[in-house]
Design a protein around this ligand. Structure first.
Ligand SMILES: Cc1cc2nc3c(=O)[nH]c(=O)nc-3n(C[C@H](O)[C@H](O)[C@H](O)COP(=O)(O)OP(=O)(O)OC[C@H]3O[C@@H](n4cnc5c(N)ncnc54)[C@H](O)[C@@H]3O)c2cc1C
Length: 413
């Protein structure tokens, strides 16, 4: 059996980075990926544009976005942080640009360019890549991984890096295999849960308006009538509810809130204008068009597709002349603009969750090297570790930083 220096299991962003940097530092590296191509999930990131990282170059400030576990990321971020990521992709012909909210994308706007750059990177560093090769298990003996069992036979290496991702979007190859192996050889698993997921609503009209982005809106999370949290930014209705960055970032709180009471999202379409001022605007609009049908005057205030929904929910006859709209009707309309009530019935599961929270416990990983504290020649990288960040490029940066560090340290050892 051929002996490798390092075997990397999983050809996602973390595994590709780990394999490339391991090979740059030392000899024979084998990358095993069960899909026919590496980086399948990368292709669908950022709606096909790939939000590669977040424009926060200070590792300490970056780590603050990871709440309880952020500090553990610091060594990896100091070793390979946002500046290094930007430089890496520029060196590999994928210059990046910063967009609204600090989100960093390829200038080309194509996730495919990121995936291709990584595939070329591992090839140029001399990594042996076996796609269509499913790892079945690890043969562990005396606290070392002796062999990696695969659909194409067994392989052996001095060090093994696990980068099999989480459980979200299973069609991309994520089935949580690495969790089971890690658990079997003594690692504690923090229960994997879907995170950054769209929310399901009772409202049945959302499919009719699921085509456009709601930009610059505010969503307030209300539990039993009390405000629990809020976010400002972008969202969109989906076939079964609502999604988009600010909803995804609220979703774990929504899931917890559902255990406590009745959960609503209050959507403010015009957060920059105070309610009383917006009421004046509505009055002006109705007065200026007093002889027009009410159904024809909302065009300046709302995206076209949204207008029939507003008319229906406000309960105002669209054929009614604007001068006949009553104060009570106007108040109903005002509430829809400033505090539309959306009743939450649940959260989407792994099938539609952007990431998996939980995973291999940080207590069982030496985060200065990404090496297991249980198995002496085993390393971890990427989403399978118990680290989850908000939307905005944070989760891929975890892959670049932990993948780099795991690759470097596994090759050095
Ligand atoms: C729709 C969507 C959009 C996203 N957009 C963004 C974004 O814009 N920015 C951002 O920061 N994050 C985004 N994410 C999250 C990001 O994609 C993940 O955090 C990231 O892909 C995790 O990388 P990974 O390498 O750890 O795991 P993965 O990308 O899941 O890769 C793991 C690989 O391991 C392989 N594998 C698993 N089991 C085996 C086995 N038994 N044998 C061999 N191979 C195996 C899998 O086939 C897979 O290729 C998005 C996620 C989704 C689902």
């Amino acid at each position: 059996m051929k002996q490798y220096d390092v075997i990397v299991i999983g050809g996602g962003p973390a595994g590709l980075f780990a394999a490339g940097f391991a090979a740059r530092h030392k000899g024979q590296v084998l990358l095993l990926e069960k899909n026919r191509q590496c980086g399948a999930k990368l292709l669908i990131t950022g709606k096909g544009r790939c939000n590669v990282t977040h424009d926060e170059h200070d590792p300490r400030k970056f780590a603050e976005h990871f709440a309880r576990n952020g500090r553990a990321l610091l060594t990896a971020l100091y070793a390979f942080g946002v500046s290094e990521t930007v430089a890496f992709f520029a060196d590999h012909n994928v210059p990046l640009k910063v967009e609204r909210g600090g989100r960093v994308f390829p200038q080309s706007g194509l996730a495919e360019d990121v995936q291709k750059a990584l595939v070329n990177f591992v090839r140029d560093e001399g990594v042996e890549v076996r796609t269509g090769c499913e790892v079945k298990g690890l043969l562990v003996d005396e606290l070392r991984v002796r062999e990696v069992e695969t659909s194409a036979g067994n392989f052996s290496a001095n060090n093994i890096i696990l980068a099999t991702g989480g459980l979200s979007y299973p069609e991309t190859g994520c089935s949580g295999d690495g969790y089971a192996w890690a658990k079997d050889c003594g690692h504690h698993l923090v229960k994997p849960e879907p995170a950054l997921m769209p929310v399901r609503l009772k409202e049945r009209w959302t499919p009719e308006v699921s085509r456009f982005n709601l930009k610059n809106v505010r969503i307030t999370l209300s539990v039993d009538g009390k405000t629990a949290d809020e976010r400002f930014g972008e969202a969109f209705f989906t076939r079964s509810g609502i999604g988009g960055p600010i909803v995804l970032d609220l979703s774990s709180r929504v899931r917890d809130a559902l255990k406590q009471g009745k959960v609503k999202l209050l959507l403010d379409f015009k957060p920059a204008v105070a309610t009383d001022l917006f009421d004046k605007r509505l009055q002006r609009e109705l007065a200026e068009h007093s002889n027009l049908d009410f159904g024809n005057v909302l065009g300046k205030l709302l995206p076209r597709d949204m207008i029939p929904i507003f008319i229906k929910l406000a309960g105002i006859d669209p054929g009614k002349k604007c001068h006949s709209v009553t104060r009570v009707e106007r108040q109903r309309l005002l509430k829809l603009f400033k505090e539309m009530e959306l009743e939450v019935t649940g959260c989407e599961g792994f099938r539609r969750a952007i990431i998996t929270a939980g995973g291999v416990s940080l207590k069982d990983i030496d985060m200065r090297s990404m090496r297991s504290k249980k198995i002496s020649n085993l390393y971890f990288a990427g989403e399978m570790i118990d680290l989850d960040g908000p939307t905005g490029g944070f989760n891929l940066q975890v892959c670049w930083s932990t993948g780099y560090l795991a690759g470097l340290k596994a090759a050095e050892k």
